[in-house]
Every structure is written in C-alpha cells, then in structure tokens.
Design a protein around this ligand. Sequence first.
Ligand SMILES: Nc1ncnc2c1ncn2[C@@H]1O[C@H](COP(=O)(O)OP(=O)(O)OP(=O)(O)O)[C@@H](O)[C@H]1O
Ligand SMILES: Nc1nc2c(ncn2[C@H]2C[C@H](O)[C@@H](COP(=O)(O)OP(=O)(O)O)O2)c(=O)[nH]1
Length: 230
Amino acid sequence: MSKLFRAVIMGPPGSGKGTISERIAHSFGLKHLSSGDFVRENIAAKTEAGVLAKTYIKKGLLVPDHVMTRLLLPRLEEMTKYSWLLDGFPRTLAQAEALNSACDLDVAINLNIPLETLKERLQHRWIHPPSGRVYNMCFNPPHVQGKDDITGEPLIQQEDDRPEALVARLRHYKDVAKPVIDFYKMTEKAKGILYTFSDTETDRIWPNISTLLSTKISTIQSDARCASTH
Ligand SMILES: Nc1ncnc2c1ncn2[C@@H]1O[C@H](COP(=O)(O)OP(=O)(O)OP(=O)(O)O)[C@@H](O)[C@H]1O
Ligand SMILES: Nc1nc2c(ncn2[C@H]2C[C@H](O)[C@@H](COP(=O)(O)OP(=O)(O)O)O2)c(=O)[nH]1
C-alpha cells in the first residue's frame, strides 16, 4: 500500500520554485500544482474568481486570500487520489491556516536565496505566457533568442520582473512570508515539516531536496506498509 505524499514549496519570486518543482515532479512523479497557473486558467475561463483575480493582478497585487482559497481548495479536493507538490501557495498566514485545515502536509520546502541573486535572476527571466514556460537568458536560455522552444512564439518579460518593480516586490514578499514560516515552525500539526535551503544556485540545492524527498517518501511508504500489516 502506498500513502500519498503532500508538499508545498515556498520562496520569493525568482528563488527557483518553478524550476525545482519541475525537477521534483519529474523525479518523484508528484503532480505539480502551481497557484499562478490556477489563477491564469481561471482568468482565461472567466470564472467568477478569475474575473476578480484579474483586477488585482493588473495592479501588481496579490489576489486576496478569500478569492485565492476559493479558487484553490476545490482543486485540491479533486486531487485526493494523487501525491502533489503545491507551488506558490500558501503565500500568506491566512492561506497557510486554510491549507492546514484542509489537508496534512508532509513537507514544506522553503527556499532562502540572497536578494542580489534574486534581482540578477529576475532581470534575465523571460516567459512564454500561453504555456507558462520560463527561461533565463543565462541559466536556461531558449534555443533561439527571444522565442519559445516548443511553439517558436515570442517570449516576454513580465512587467513586475523589470528592475524598477523588483526591490519593492521582494521586500513585500519578506513581510508576508515571515508569518507563514513561523506558522510552520510553531503549529503543532505542522511541527517538523519545514526545511529551509539556502544557496545561490539551484543546482547545489537540488541534490539536498532530492535526498530529503527520497527519505521522506520511503519513510511514509514503509510506515503505511507497517500500518496495513498490523
Ligand atoms: N498564493 C497566492 N496568493 C495571492 N496571489 C497569488 C497567489 N498565487 C498567485 N497569485 C497571483 O497570481 C500572480 C501570478 O502568480 P505566479 O506565482 O505565477 O507569479 P509571480 O507572483 O510572478 O511569482 P514568482 O515570481 O514567485 O513565480 C501573482 O502575481 C499573484 O497576483
Ligand atoms: N542563474 C541562475 N538562474 C536560475 C537558477 N535557478 C533558476 N534560475 C532562473 C530560472 C528563471 O529564469 C529565474 C527564476 O526561477 P523560477 O524557477 O521561475 O523561480 P520562481 O519565481 O518560480 O520561484 O531564475 C540558478 O541556479 N542560477
């Protein structure tokens, strides 16, 4: 019998959540659920939550907690049969509390990357909006300059990745994220699930995350096997 595995990945914009989530999904077969993708899908489908969310994103703001949880928690309910990794949620204390009431997490990965590194990376981040594919002109450039590898369509730089908007955005992240980190440190139900990784390079963080998840997943599965034989 194999038990399902549930993880979240947190970190400031540019910390490598998307890049690492892809590697985790690929290596461990978890479903990668991205809050940004959910928001974009809802905007495209013009759902009530999507229409509301759009008004905030247009102003460069976070989507309010009640809209975000309304949009996300039903999606998690559809995932009860799968192991998943949630990227981009929770971002606020209220979201962490809502998630904590909805499910039991096994691991919360926290990426702690120096501010200078984040600024450097985001200045070079280009995306393909229809698919959400992310490139970095130094770390993982597209095959053809300025074009998506799969469709050949143009890449764009997001407004809020431009240098002028970056510092304020990163500062705001820190203020909002601190209570979330404290929540995972203090809350009884979540004790021992938080793991922080600090480095300037994804390729150095990745082996440590990979080892952590291998250990956690095999522990959970052997606990489930023991439980089913007793
Ligand atoms: N958990 C959340 N709470 C509030 N708003 C959210 C949340 N997740 C996504 N959003 C909204 O959707 C937008 C797109 O999210 P997404 O995570 O793709 O990009 P982002 O904010 O540029 O983050 P990052 O740079 O870390 O990838 C955000 O800017 C925000 O307005
Ligand atoms: N130079 C460099 N760039 C990196 C590294 N890891 C990720 N990147 C790039 C990929 C993206 O262009 C950008 C941000 O990464 P991301 O995975 O989109 O981060 P996030 O915003 O989802 O947290 O930085 C890395 O280790 N080195």
